[in-house]
Design a protein. Sequence first.
Length: 261
Amino acid sequence: MLVAVGVVCALVLCVLWQLLDRTPPNVGAFAHSAATRAADAAAARTSSARLTSLTSALPWAVPLGTSVADSCQTEDQHPFIGPADWAPINCVRSSVLYLAFDGDIRTHLHQLDGVLAEQAWVGSGSSPNTLTGTATWMSQAGGDPSPAASQRGSTEPPGSQPICLSTTYNPATQKHGIPHGGLGVRLRVAVAELPCTPSADTGDIQISGTPEKSGVDGTVYLAWHPLLTDTVSRSAYTAHRYVAAFSLVDSYAVQSPTRSR
């Protein structure tokens, strides 16, 4: 009996140890290593140059500001059962450029498509993969420019609903999107008018009316200059009809096997 009780107690303690031992790896050490800091500096320069180039190519748009969230983090791939299984540390810089504009939306969407093509951004996914194509497809779905239009079976006439669209792009030199936890760059371009708010990949958590840093265990922020998308949009709509968000996401360092790009 004593032996059986001892075995049961040992098994219980083993299970408890596996469930409670969830200490993440040292994200800070990786984030502040020389290799990661060099990759981070390169990502910051490249992201800034790309967004500046977009702003310069769109003289009819009014800059509203740029947010930045740059962090390294890992995640427990088995958060509830057994020992923690931490994914390789991944560092990502998310920069969002906000612009406002007025005028004919079709003309400006066509101009945006031209600028993105000139700057070697290629729409990802299946057709339509341009802003103009997405707007046309949504109008044909019943005039509702939201992605759920076809599912709702909208019967509104074309163009009767507010513009609210988003398209994702990759650099022409990058054949595929960013794999989960991998290296790469992507650009999401969202255009909206009231009552919509443009979709933005801000790299932080935007709830309760304020941006917040991610609460995931093991997250280390290297830069954080937040702008709340809702607040920026509401302010812009007082003077302009459309708001665009250019979300540039650069996954620039991964712990293993390739430590930096």
